[in-house]
Write a protein that binds this ligand. Structure first.
Ligand code: AGP
Length: 355
């Protein structure tokens, strides 16, 4: 897991390789095989995947809505295939999978195709069953991911969604200036990830608080919520600490009852329009004597917290990609301190090829 976390700067370089088109402030996505006209006809985007692939889809849905201003939504493929979904010809479906062999995602793709809609894949494993079933899409080229938990493919998938969202946006209303701004930010990501990885010792220290607990909470708002979801999933998978993610605004509707001095909360705190709202969330948790840890951008946090992890600032749309990185290292170090089998967590398989 640690090796694959460390490989992320190169993995991002490979996702980006040959796909930036600065001349037109857009991206070039050869494998999509969808004409501009077909993409313009799409009224909605629906993203299907399982586990971390689904959560990367949640990041992708927000990117598509922000940059292309088209409704986009992610759903676990495992649920989608069982609920006799309404499948519409003017919805564009995207299947996400590292292995390309996940049975639930494959079944969802087959259902979409059977009902005549367009689907493409964002897949890591070249020539895999889902990649072949989709017949078109983007390969991540992140390299083999051997640890059961997804790390570099989660990040690479989010970057692939940014490429697609910029492409779709530039077909629609995204200005050339905004396209250029985002291309520059994408190019800066590998070096920014290296800067985050260099903070490993500090993150390992913060991990001590999470290694001692039975329960932990991860909260984020809007684009920060999928970051919280992935952080909680990673922690529970490798360390077996019970970790729950909540949208920050939902805390007061129930989960606040669980906040206590022995229960740490990780708050995703980007420097964005919602910063002061997220600071209020920290205050709500502190008022119940809950320990608070934040992953944020370099600038003082205006309220006392128990620990701070800083990540470099990107453009607001791409911030979630970097905010997630320290949470991978956090999960890794909690698991290391608890002595679990990090690369092969109990009860889990790398590829879930059964129903
Ligand atoms: C991620 O850490 C998990 N092990 C799991 O949720 C995984 O993302 C999921 O099973 C989907 O796998 P796939 O990407 O190979 O389809």
């Amino acid at each position: 897991m640690r090796k694959e976390i460390a490989e992320q700067p190169d993995a991002i370089r490979r996702v980006l390789s040959g796909r930036l088109e600065p001349r037109f402030s857009t991206t070039h996505l050869g494998g999509l095989e969808l004409a501009a006209r077909e993409l313009l006809e799409a009224k909605r985007v629906k993203i299907l995947g399982c586990g971390s692939a689904y959560i990367a889809g949640c990041v992708g849905a927000q990117l598509i809505e922000q940059l292309a201003r088209i409704p986009a939504h992610a759903e676990p493929a495992s649920e989608f295939r069982y609920r006799n979904p309404v499948i519409e010809a003017d919805t564009l479906y995207i299947a996400v999978s590292q292995s390309g062999e996940t049975f639930d995602t494959l079944s969802a793709v087959q259902e979409v195709k059977r009902k005549g809609a367009r689907v493409f894949g964002i897949i890591n494993s070249v020539g895999s069953t889902i990649a072949r079933e989709c017949g078109r899409g983007l390969y991540l080229h992140a390299g083999p991911e051997v640890a059961v938990v997804s790390t570099k493919t989660f990040t690479s998938t989010a970057v692939a969604f940014a490429l697609f969202a910029i492409y779709l946006g530039r077909l629609r209303d995204l200005s050339a200036a905004n396209g250029a701004r985002l291309l520059a930010a994408l190019s800066a990501l590998p070096a920014q990830v290296e800067a985050i990885l260099a903070q490993e010792d500090r993150i390992a220290t913060i991990a001590t608080a999470f290694a001692k607990t039975r329960d932990a909470y991860f909260v984020g708002r809007a684009a920060g919520y999928p970051v919280a979801m992935e952080g909680a999933l990673k922690l529970k998978e490798v360390s077996y600490v019970h970790a729950e993610a909540y949208p920050a605004s939902e805390l007061k509707h129930g989960p606040l009852a669980l906040i206590a001095p022995e229960t740490p909360t990780l708050i995703v705190l980007p420097r964005d329009d919602l910063f002061s709202k997220n600071v209020s969330t920290i205050e709500e948790i502190r008022a119940r004597r809950g320990p608070t840890y934040v992953v944020t951008h370099p600038q003082p946090v205006p309220v006392p917290v128990d620990g701070v992890i800083e990540v470099p600032k990107s453009e607001p749309e791409l911030d979630p990609i970097l905010l997630n990185l320290p949470l991978q290292l956090l999960a890794y170090h909690v698991a290391l301190q608890r002595g679990t089998d990090i690369d092969k967590p109990r009860n889990l398989a790398k590829s879930v090829t059964v129903e």
